[in-house]
Design a binder for this molecule. Sequence first.
Ligand SMILES: *Cc1c(COP(=O)(O)O)cnc(C)c1O
Length: 430
Amino acid sequence: MAYDKSIEAFDAAYRVIPGGVDSPVRAFSGVESTPPFIKRGEGAYLFDIDGNKYIDFVQSWGPLIFGHCDPEIETAVIDAVRDGLSFGAPTTVETELASEIVDLFESIDKVRFVSSGTEAVMSAIRLARGVTGRDHIVKFTGCYHGHSDSLLVQAGSGLATFGTPSSPGVPSDLTKYTLLATYNDMASVEKCFEDVNGDIACVIIEPIAGNMGLVPADEHFLEGLRALCDRYDTLLIFDEVMSGFRASLSGAQGILSVKPDMVTLGKVIGAGMPVGAFGASAKIMSHLSPEGPVYQAGTLSGNPVAMAAGLTSLRKLKANPSIYEVLEKRAKKLVEGFEKAAKAVEVPMVTEVRGSMFGFFFLDKAVKNFANACDNDTQMFAKFHKGMLDRGIYLACSSYETGFISTVTDDAMIDVAITAAYETMNEIVN
Ligand SMILES: *Cc1c(COP(=O)(O)O)cnc(C)c1O
């Protein structure tokens, strides 16, 4: 495939936008390449400015569960646009979308809308701190919760569980309240609680981690978290910005028995428009302004165009809940095909699927945490990514990202992707 126009566009972007992109992963540095510039999408396909056509397994990093340009969502958005882009005043569509979410998530009585996943998590953590009157929070290495200050942390030196900033510009005075634990490792969480005598506002986790590749938490581990949080009156937050409406209609909570105190949502609830949300029991949410003292606000929060997209998307999903079985079957077929293609040339691969989410690692052992994920053969991943892209298969450009199947990604497309995987693996080893 030729990428001449995209390379030119990237050069032009580079001159006026840092790194040429508005979100770092898009720069393709994870696969030592440069990104195709996209012109348009149509169903399961993407078209770049050089005229290349791809089957899209990224889907805007999750939101587009119905693929590009779904007619019903498109109509709802256009209708909303005709009524005005924003009012900064209440609209009934917010209540409608909130009601759908409350109906789907047992742990949510009330929900507040914001404009991104980052904002949802940042606000949920402020609320958790406000409700408990505590400052410390626990997060897991390898889980991503957006780019707000107290969540951009990495492990400090030695055995300390206290985080240090993972980015310049984040004051260590803020990250010292963030304790870091190891995913699927209860002892590491207990150590955090011991280090501060249980004085912890919340534990935040991706119950199905999708930002270190796809790494679901063990149910037993989540049960342990629930019990520990209950013992210390610490709030358990499930960050379901990715897994909500992706792993199942109600996210991880639709698959697992463990219930959180608070939930953060994003991606699919905006169907491609900028929407995030956080919800909890009426009691917890009553602490939020204007009902309570914890401040949170947004000029474009609950934007009517974005709400219309989200509402249409959720209603479509609710009308056809068995769609998740179909999506999961296709996702399984895809990664089993990848695995066979790799094994045919004696390259190890392990895979994981939850609903419409899929992940694969070039490894010979199961991945349970971030350290395991970091063992992935990134050179092999980069070659695989390049070979697949050249064959019209658009995969996430980093081995730490999850792949997605949409309702319009049909079986024939899965077959095309598997054939491309065989060709690519053969090309790599020969
Ligand atoms: C994408 C994501 C976020 C951040 O959402 P943005 O809309 O990119 O700010 C937070 N948490 C999880 C689990 C995510 O996958």
